[in-house]
Design a protein around this ligand. Structure first.
Ligand code: NAD
Ligand code: TYD
Length: 357
């Protein structure tokens, strides 16, 4: 089996869906269940013995070392992080604690476990660290997309904390020989996305008749990747990625924020017209820009394509349609997330089973 962290969140829960839909190898999922952790994302696996959920912190060495010792996973994939740039601006402390100190403690727990493995298992073991393109900083409109050799120039507290974690992971390989691989991916979108991030926020605010906030002039560019393309890439990296390497993952889908928002509005106009017949774009509202807002991100994904044969299945147009339809088809999930009801899901759905450590 494999041990994953932070898989009650957006990308991690999609990873579990991708993984368990394709095979039977079991997963131990350690997640602290911060505001971003939502076990409703994994409701499909509530009674599935292949998914073993443990509520806990990646920084809790006693817990992690115990789990590693008991379950003897062949790999660890670290998704757990504080992930929202705006929150990191308002309060960076949690980002330092989880993304930097937490990753350090996780690396130490994994190193202890890995050091004690028999040679055959030691050689086969992998630690995959899931990171972001934001570590590379910002691009001008004409600069080449980020490749794996770009300098790290993080600009937000979030990006700086992820950059620090990437450096730790790299150092644990070079110094201790831990078999690590790091992935740096562009902005994801898709099912189970918490509505603090642009795309789900716009879909949900539109449907609830609220303003659609555009920071600054709305001309900031992000390189969007459908989340299940990302989770497939992580599975490819685990299977065939080269130890000590980093892989940039992206969908060659650069879009200005305002164009993303207008596209969502025009899809919603067709799929769920407003009661008053007016376009959803009327709800667009320009608001004060984010401090230090990075202007453009773009990923050069040729290495992962060339070495691992990975390519995205979705274009932005197909992915955004699937995403909007998913939100329309899951009003209960949306209502629970909006009301905070999702936070009681663990007790209601899992009860005593929530802590299986
Ligand atoms: P998310 O915020 O939706 O989920 C994070 C999960 O980690 C939550 O379930 C949370 O409960 C858990 N967590 C937080 N602190 C923890 C701790 N100390 N111990 C255990 N669990 C903890 O984030 P996401 O969007 O799913 O991102 C997952 C990973 O992918 C992050 O490392 C992020 O930096 C990276 N990433 C995200 C994007 C994106 O567009 N969302 C793009 C590239 C990379
Ligand atoms: P976000 O989803 O927070 O991801 P990130 O900051 O990690 O790229 O934001 C995506 C882009 O959308 C980013 O340029 C900020 C912008 N944005 C808005 O214009 N309005 C919003 O309400 C939010 C949440 C983001």
């Amino acid at each position: 089996m494999i041990l994953v962290t932070g898989c009650a969140g957006f990308i991690g829960s999609n990873f579990i869906h991708t993984w368990l839909e394709g095979q039977d190898e079991g997963i131990i999922n350690v997640d602290k269940l911060t505001y971003a952790g939502n076990l409703e994302n994994l409701a499909a696996f509530t009674n599935d013995s292949r998914h073993h959920f443990v509520q806990g912190d990646i920084g809790d060495r006693g817990l992690i070392e115990g789990l590693l010792k008991t379950h003897q996973p062949r790999a660890v994939i670290n998704f757990a992080a504080e992930s929202h740039v705006d929150r990191s601006i308002h309060g960076p402390q949690d980002f330092i604690e989880t993304n930097i100190v937490g990753t350090f403690n996780l690396l130490e727990s994994v190193r202890t476990y890995w050091s004690g493995l028999a040679t055959e298992h030691k050689t086969a073991f992998r630690f995959v660290h899931v990171s972001t393109d934001e570590v590379y900083g910002t691009l001008s409109p004409t600069e080449a997309a980020f490749s794996e050799t770009n300098a790290y120039l993080p600009n937000s507290p979030y990006a700086a904390s992820k950059a620090a974690s990437d450096h730790l992971v790299r150092a644990w390989h070079h110094t201790y020989g831990l078999p690590v691989i790091t992935t740096n991916c562009s902005n994801n979108y898709g099912p189970f996305h918490f509505p603090e991030k642009l795309i789900p926020l716009i879909i949900m605010n539109a449907l609830y008749g609220k303003p659609l906030p555009i920071y600054g002039d709305g001309q900031q560019v992000r390189d969007w990747l459908y989340v299940q393309d990302h989770t497939r890439a992580i599975a490819c990296v685990l299977q065939a990625g080269r130890i000590g390497e980093t892989y940039n993952i992206g969908g060659w889908n650069e879009k200005a924020n305002i164009d993303v928002v207008k596209l969502i509005c025009s899809h919603l106009d067709l799929l769920k017209p407003r009661a008053d017949g007016k376009p959803y774009a009327d709800q667009i509202t320009y608001v004060t820009d984010r401090p230090g807002h990075d202007r453009r991100y773009a990923i050069d994904a040729r290495k992962v394509e060339r070495e691992l044969g990975w390519k995205p299945n979705e274009t932005f147009e197909t992915g955004i349609q699937k995403t909007i339809q998913w939100y329309l088809d899951h009003p209960e999930w949306v209502a629970h997330v909006t009301s905070g009801e999702y936070r009681h899901w663990v007790d209601k759905q899992y009860g005593e089973k929530a802590n299986l450590a």
